[in-house]
Design a protein around this ligand. Structure first.
Ligand SMILES: *Cc1c(COP(=O)(O)O)cnc(C)c1O
Length: 368
């Protein structure tokens, strides 16, 4: 009986290493509220990600909510964003009382179609929130040109883009801010966690405040903040995982390359990511199933599942088409995104996956 293979598995440090690292917490009794390890992780991550300012968060979603909140946009303002993403991106906009305006994506990589952004801008538009989906980097140059022309903020959902260097600089340098997720399923994890990065120190200070109830000192609360702080156990998990991140990314790269070797000759299957065009993190293995292949995306999904392989229909449906929105956005012009979301399938890719596992998976895709 072959073992089941799931779409992802967390990277964990050696057990003893983590246990050793958390011991000091039993002496200090400081286990949260921006302790020593929180500061140390901010320092090490700013260095690794090559960004000037970084504010750790309890998770990526609250990072998005906090940074959107920090700009104090008027209620009802419009934000141009991608529907081809995890639901968090859209929820973070709506939970800030802003209106998402969904822009179509490009078929070759799933990122926002920059040529369709300008048409969606109105007098109420305040920001663009694009997504570096699967670690595919958006057209940052054109997005910045548009943002500058119309005076808009740019906040990247960089949940998939940990450690990527684009044009030789850390991906977090682009736009006004970027948000990373350190969820267990991501390339780098702190169990649950995330971070907002930026260049502006005053934004860092605002976030520090917003993630801690708006408390300035013992007696003064100066903003209506939330509780979005990262605790010390998570920060230590991050410090441990960061020691192994380069090994972790290179094993992902080997697995990714093995997939490419097996799949490049399969008629009707294309790979939807651009790893290799710049320093990438090999976070995901998304494929697109075209008519030529013979089976539909849902048929491959079912066939893999029958064989104990659990792939995922990321991202299907589009966030704009989710039940909670009651068809509110059904008239949005999202032809490419809708077609892509019906054809895309994310195959298992994680540090512990073996080349034999890849062969087992790709053999199922190849045999028809
Ligand atoms: C994972 C993810 C998030 C949310 O991050 P959490 O850390 O799980 O809160 C946001 N956007 C995208 C695209 C994600 O994949």
């Amino acid at each position: 009986m072959l073992k089941n293979i799931y779409v992802t598995q967390p990277s964990l440090p050696p057990y003893e290493e983590y246990i050793e690292a958390i011991k000091p917490l039993w002496d200090s009794k400081i286990i949260t509220n921006m302790g020593k390890y929180h500061s140390q992780l901010e320092l090490e991550l700013a260095n690794y990600l090559d960004v000037p300012e970084i504010s750790l968060m309890v998770n990526g979603h609250m990072g998005l909510e906090m940074v959107i909140r920090s700009f104090e946009f008027p209620d009802g303002s419009e934000v141009i964003t991608s529907p081809f993403t995890f639901i968090s991106t859209t929820h973070a906009i709506i939970r800030n009382r802003l209106k998402p305006v969904f822009c179509d994506v490009k078929a070759n990589d799933g990122t926002i179609d920059e040529s369709k952004i300008e048409n969606l801008i109105s007098s109420k538009t305040v920001a663009i929130i694009p997504v570096h989906v699967y670690g595919n980097i958006c057209n940052t140059l054109e997005i910045q040109r548009i943002a500058d022309k119309y005076g808009l903020k740019v906040i990247y959902d960089a949940a998939h883009a940990f450690g990527i260097k684009y044009n030789g600089i850390g991906i977090g340098y682009y736009g006004d801010s970027s948000v990373f997720s350190f969820h267990a399923t991501k390339v780098f994890n702190t169990v649950e966690g995330g971070a907002v990065v930026c260049k502006d120190h005053s934004l860092y200070e605002k976030l520090y405040n917003l993630k801690n109830f708006g408390i300035q000192n013992e007696e003064s609360v100066v903003a209506v903040g939330a509780n979005a702080k990262m605790n010390e156990f998570s920060a230590i998990m991050g410090l441990c995982n960061l020691k192994h991140i380069n090994v972790s990314i290179s094993s992902r790269k080997e697995i990714y390359n093995a997939y490419i070797n097996e799949l490049y000759s399969v008629n009707g299957i294309t790979v939807l990511n651009r790893c290799g065009e710049y320093y990438s993190n090999y976070a995901y293995m998304p494929i697109v199933v075209n008519d030529m292949y013979g089976l539909t995306r849902d048929e491959i999904y079912a066939k893999l599942k029958y064989n104990g392989i659990y792939s995922r229909k990321y991202f299907y449906p589009l966030t704009s088409d989710q039940l909670c929105f009651n068809n509110k956005y059904k008239n949005a012009s999202l032809e490419v995104a809708r077609e892509l979301s019906k054809r895309v399938l994310v195959l298992p890719l994680y540090e512990g996956l073996t080349i034999d596992d890849v062969t087992r998976i790709t053999n199922i895709i190849k045999e028809k």
